[in-house]
Design a protein around this ligand. Structure first.
Ligand code: M6R
Length: 364
């Protein structure tokens, strides 16, 4: 049941404030001043290293979480694509936690990577949407993301629920390792409790995003740029656009622009810049100006302060609410999803069943 929406994808995008509120409640009960894990849980005080493995959108969730685990909990993190990891057979040092992220819990490569880690990693943890799935059953600790059934082939609410659970896990790691003060943890947790309201405010920008998408639907290629945790999100935005609109899209770390992709920029090339007004903002904006100097068309996604400072000469803007820096990768997923969605609708593609794709990739 699409509940009045034209597509399951639209319904699943709109559900995000509700399902994320549920995911947050599951690990951060109301009134609690710390993150709690089910069962025996996990003591990050005993962990020296985290290896995260996944495919597709779940892989980009892992890449985003790397920033959180490193910055908040000071844990070295490696992130791998499951199909590479399983055949590379990397050494797994002592005191490593292996973490597998999968919406379906049945992705063949991710499951094979998990099996490779059995007996080698100190603990096998998964972040899954389907609790009775193979990946959940075969891990020692399965953390549910509480997204509810996801039908659209392009993953949306599962991605942001994965991110929310991973952020809480990183905060748990910071608690265990004492890398943040109790006040800092409290600050993060109170920001997190405000996330559903921020997501609603992001969803309110749908009209502006639809207008931008109409213009984007005429492009042949689109570039997504971001810095810090916005960089993996740029990848996710590009993947969503490719999957459902069939427009070629690529993501680059803004700082890499000069090292090659700037050669592509001309008046036909829309460039989506995801840049909240954070510590890296000035750097991102200077990259954005390099794009505009070569007549690239910039779609800037930022907050009020960012847009006020940097909107001169940009092609289009999308306004996000101001948010705590740890939340922006989750929040900015919404305009990335809506941009892909409305571009696909403008092109008339089959949004929920894009060509050549399956919801769950259970064979190699
Ligand atoms: O079920 P999983 O999370 O393991 O699936 C991984 C990928 O196949 C999946 O995220 C895929 O990239 C989606 N179509 C992305 O929208």
């Amino acid at each position: 049941d699409k509940e009045g929406h034209k597509h399951f994808m639209a319904k699943e995008i709109a559900e995000q404030p509700t399902v994320i509120a549920e995911a947050i409640r599951a690990y951060l009960p109301s009134g609690s001043d710390e993150v709690r894990l089910p069962g025996e849980g996990l003591d990050f005080g005993q962990v020296d290293r985290l290896t995260m493995v996944a495919c597709g959108t779940a892989y980009f969730a892992c890449l985003t979480a790397k920033y959180w685990f490193e910055q908040l909990a000071r844990i070295p993190v490696e992130v791998d694509i499951a199909s590479e990891f399983r055949y590379r057979e990397p050494p797994i040092p002592d005191r490593t936690v292996a973490l597998f992220v999968s919406q379906s819990g049945e992705t063949a490569d991710t499951l094979a990577a998990l099996r490779y880690c059995e007996g080698k990693a100190d603990k096998i943890v998964s972040v899954v949407n389907v609790p009775e799935s193979s990946i959940a059953r075969e891990s020692q600790l399965a953390l549910e993301i509480h997204a509810g059934v996801e039908i659209g082939v392009a993953s949306t609410k599962a991605f942001t629920c994965q991110l929310s659970v991973l952020l809480m896990l990183a905060l748990k790691a910071a608690q265990d390792r004492g890398t943040l003060t109790p006040e800092q943890i409290a600050d993060h947790l109170s920001a997190l409790r405000g996330l559903p309201a921020l997501l609603n405010a992001a969803l309110d920008q749908e009209d502006a995003i639809r207008t931008a998408a109409q213009k984007l639907s005429e492009a042949r290629d689109v570039l997504f740029l971001g810095r810090g945790a916005m960089y993996p999100l740029a990848h996710e935005g590009a993947l969503k656009l490719k999957e459902i609109s069939y427009i070629h899209a690529e993501a680059y770390a803004s700082g890499e622009l000069k090292h090659g992709p700037i050669a592509l920029i001309d008046k036909h090339m829309p460039v989506v810049v995801m840049a909240p007004r954070d510590a890296l903002f000035d750097k991102s904006i200077s990259n954005m100006q390099e794009v505009m100097a070569r007549k690239g068309k910039v779609l800037l996604i930022s907050d009020d302060d960012g847009i006020a400072e940097a909107q001169d000469g940009v092609w289009s803007t999308v306004r996000m609410p101001h948010a705590h820096p740890s939340l922006t990768p989750i929040l900015y997923a919404v305009p990335a999803q809506l941009l892909a969605y409305h571009t696909a609708v403008a092109k008339g593609t089959d949004v929920d069943q894009p060509r050549n794709l399956a919801k769950s990739v259970t064979v190699e």
